[in-house]
Design a protein around this ligand. Structure first.
Ligand code: NAD
Ligand code: UGA
Length: 471
């Protein structure tokens, strides 16, 4: 079966870059990425590639080459569904904020709506590919919805989770460690699997394309994220021990990372992991374990989240305690707001939670991030406070404690303390002597990413506190 026409539902951080790369590598396939969000689609169609809705190194070049050739962004969902032989579902699957499983389970309403829409529109057989991260056994739900349309159309449902990380999405897609495709054992499913394998085979070797049963594929995605996040929480837990024992967490990480069984990646201690997925996927895993009556397994994985919350809180508390037990009326400059460098994504960024603690203590938060706008920063805080049921009057007053700048120089002027929340490379290149001269003394630096040269800063006169370091 040769695929000629692909549609992707969801033009977000996954749908956009993933489909751009498929279109780039498979010029004979027409790829249409659709979304309900008109603004987002307009931005994907922006002439000025700097205005694409997702910032990813290398993405603009890929879009420049494929857009208009065989890559299209559109809000015409129905016609794109109708024309496609293969449909990727790459819509958001956030944590439920209401009802059964609130705060834990994945909210599958967007995915379910996609399935119902496909079922309603489809007039010929189609392969449906789960690209979104989903709880294990969701393929069964999709198949059930799709099979009850009564229009005789046959659907094969495959799982093809995405492993790209933001900030390195294009490289991750072009040089994937592996692509995972899960499907059933029936003959028609095997043909569908092969059709998807053929797409990735345009640029990946057979060794990089793994095929499994559909449930293993769905569960592998949650497992991969749980293992990755577990390493961060493990090193962050030890960072607290380092701070009271004069061990240095970066030295400990380097020492254990040379053991090839442990490996060196994902051992960077930090203010806590953020991003749209680690927390939601682990909560989802915990929920599933409880659902299947495995409370010990659930508690084991839940500890990753508990520790991550502790790490963010610990960082904020450390700032307050160091600044003589109050930050009321003090100017705390945040360098970075994105959840990691090289992305404009701020979902679940540690910065949001650290800011919340400090604002609660009366601080003024002055933010500079090279890729995040004032509007986004304020929307992030508003969303958090609204979820917590804070009154509109209080939200407005708290928002007045946040100031956002277009340059770091302005943000740092007359600050009492600097907190590094994101590991943007440019922060390392600043003229820290000048920064020091313009700050209140004692001038504090809280390096939540351990990226600055603490010896150099200390020599200038700064009081420096890193993560997992007794400086
Ligand atoms: P996102 O919020 O950036 O994008 C999702 C898009 O889907 C939104 O633009 C939304 O408007 C659109 N949408 C929702 N319902 C729709 C519908 N019925 N029809 C058309 N469009 C619809 O989310 P994302 O970060 O791209 O994540 C998507 C999925 O991929 C999630 O399940 C996530 O867990 C998973 N994932 C994300 C990443 C990542 O790095 N962000 C990596 C791997 C996997
Ligand atoms: C993560 C996974 O790495 C991807 O494989 C996965 O596809 C994706 O989640 C997803 O499912 O959404 P992402 O969240 O984009 O990707 O970025 P990561 O590089 O994993 O970083 C996540 C967070 O952990 C960031 O806040 C980062 O700063 C932090 N981190 C990462 C650390 O604190 N220490 C580390 O050693 C590594």
């Amino acid at each position: 079966m040769k695929i000629k026409n692909i549609c992707c539902l969801g033009a977000g951080y996954v749908g956009g870059p993933t489909m751009s790369v498929i279109a780039l590598k498979c010029p004979e396939i027409k790829v249409t990425v659709v979304d309900l969000n008109t603004e987002r689609i307009l931005a994907w169609n922006e002439e000025n590639l700097e205005k694409l809705p997702v910032y990813e190194p290398g993405l603009a070049e890929v879009v420049r080459e494929a857009r208009g050739r065989n890559l299209f962004f559109s809000t015409e969902v129905d016609s794109a569904i109708e024309a496609a032989d293969m449909i990727f579902i790459a819509v958001n699957t956030p944590t439920k904020t209401y009802g059964e499983g609130k705060g834990m389970a994945a909210d599958l309403k967007f995915v379910e709506l996609c399935a119902r829409q496909i079922a309603r529109i489809a007039k010929n057989d189609k392969i449906i590919v789960e690209k979104s991260t989903l709880p294990v056994r969701t393929a069964q739900t999709l198949q059930t919805i799709l099979d009850h349309t009564g229009n005789g159309v046959k659907f094969e449902v495959l799982s093809n989770p995405e492993f790209l990380a933001e900030g390195t999405a294009i490289n991750d897609l072009l040089n994937a460690d592996r692509v995972l495709i899960g499907g059933n054992q029936t003959e028609s499913d095997q043909k569908a699997i092969q059709a998807l394998v053929d797409i990735y085979a345009h640029w990946l070797s057979p060794k990089q394309i793994l095929t499994t049963n559909v449930w293993s594929s769905e569960l592998s995605k949650l497992t991969a994220n749980a293992f990755l996040a577990q390493r961060i929480s493990s090193i962050n837990a030890l960072s607290a021990l380092c701070e009271v024992t004069e061990a240095d967490v970066d030295e400990v990480a380097a020492a254990i990372g040379t053991d090839s069984r442990i490996g060196s990646k994902f051992l960077k201690a930090s203010v806590g992991f953020g991003g749209s997925c680690f927390q939601k996927d682990i909560l989802n895993l915990v929920y599933l374990c409880r659902y299947f009556n495995l409370p010990e397994v659930a508690s084991y994985w839940e500890q990753i989240i508990i520790l991550n919350d502790y790490q963010k809180y610990r960082f904020a508390k450390n700032i307050i305690c160091t600044l003589f037990n109050t930050v009321s009326g003090k100017k705390i400059t945040f360098l970075g707001w994105a959840f990691k460098k090289d992305t404009n994504d701020t979902r679940e960024s540690a910065a949001i939670y650290v800011a919340e603690h400090l604002i609660e203590d009366g601080a003024e938060i002055h933010v500079y991030d090279p890729k995040v706008s004032e509007e986004k920063i304020k929307a992030d805080m508003r969303y958090l406070w609204e979820l917590k049921g804070i009154s509109e009057e209080k939200i407005k007053s708290k928002l007045n404690q946040i100031f956002v700048y277009k340059t770091a120089v302005e943000a740092l002027d007359k600050a009492h303390a600097v907190a590094v929340l994101t590991e943007w490379d440019e922060f390392k290149t600043y003229d820290w002597k000048t920064v020091y001269s313009k700050m209140y003394k004692p001038a504090f630096v809280f390096d939540g990413r351990n990226i600055l040269d603490s010896k150099k800063l200390t020599a200038i006169g700064f009081q420096v506190k890193g993560i997992g370091k007794d400086i």
